[in-house]
Design a protein around this ligand. Structure first.
Ligand SMILES: [Ca+2]
Length: 267
């Protein structure tokens, strides 16, 4: 069930018409293609590398990392993240995959080639999502409005960025992807993806993926959008959700710019 409108109102995620001094475009996601996805994959992280999707899944006893063939959803390789650990975000770095856990405050390094565990690291607070930026660093979310920029080698926090829309902090930042100089972030429990300026943290626009949610047929409260991956070479943006049967390819925001179908602005 599309919940965007309800949640926009309840959470105040998007400024009401007339309440913001700036125009914030809201684009409806434009579907380019649809691919199969394991509807028992409770997606917590997603990225694209060298012709494959890499996906992290959550839930106790269902947590793990997998390499997935896009065309048919076939799992080419996988590794479990066993209880009491709860798998969360993943990101690629230097031939490895770094992965977070939700409340366990421990992350892991895996060989991207064979999923062998290479090591672990600690961090403060919760771990939600992880993404690589364009400067060799990683960006981490924890459900708060604050993103942490971390050094992939040490996992030391280099910078913190508060995400705001119309001057107000945006809560529940979840799955991340760095696309065309912007940070994209799913807002947990909504059908919205924020487009975030990585310098000052303000939201430059929103992508409404409620049509994807509808087509997924997902009706459970937690089966929300939560996977964003970017194939930079072919400019393919992939979006899926927790236990959704599909991965959708949608137009990148800057490729769909002229077709923004709504604008939240002052009259
Ligand atoms: Ca991602």
């Amino acid at each position: 069930m599309p919940i965007t409108g309800l949640l926009i109102g309840l959470l105040g995620l998007v400024p009401q018409v007339g309440s913001t001094p700036q125009s914030v475009p809201v684009q409806s996601a434009q579907i380019v293609a649809t691919f199969p996805h394991d509807n028992r994959a409770f997606t917590e992280g997603l990225f694209w590398q060298d012709g494959y999707l890499y996906e992290s899944t959550g839930e106790l006893n269902r947590s793990g990392i997998r390499k997935v063939r896009l065309s048919d959803g076939k799992v080419m390789a996988r590794v479990a993240v066993d209880p009491p650990l709860y798998g969360e975000g993943i990101a690629p770095w230097n031939g490895t995959i770094l992965s977070l856990t939700w409340k366990n405050q421990i992350g892991f390094r895996w060989s991207a080639k064979d999923f062998k565990k290479l090591g672990s690291f600690k961090y403060q607070g919760e771990g939600w999502a992880l993404a690589a930026d364009d400067k060799g660093g990683l960006i981490m979310s924890d459900g708060s409005p604050v993103l942490r920029f971390v050094d992939p080698a040490t996992f030391a926090v280099k910078r913190r960025l508060t995400v705001t829309d119309g001057g107000r902090p945006v809560k529940m930042l979840n799955e991340l992807e760095y696309v065309d100089g912007e940070i994209l972030a799913n807002i947990w429990l909504t059908d919205l993806i924020a487009r975030i300026d990585p310098q000052d943290g303000h939201v430059v626009g929103w992508i409404d993926v409620s049509e994807l949610h509808r087509q997924s047929g997902a009706t459970a409260e937690n089966d929300v959008p939560n996977g964003i991956a970017w194939d930079a070479k072919k400019r393919r943006l992939f979006v899926t959700g927790k236990d959704w049967p599909y991965v959708f390819q949608i137009k990148a925001p800057k490729d769909a710019g002229s077709s923004a179908d709504a604008t939240v602005s002052t009259p």
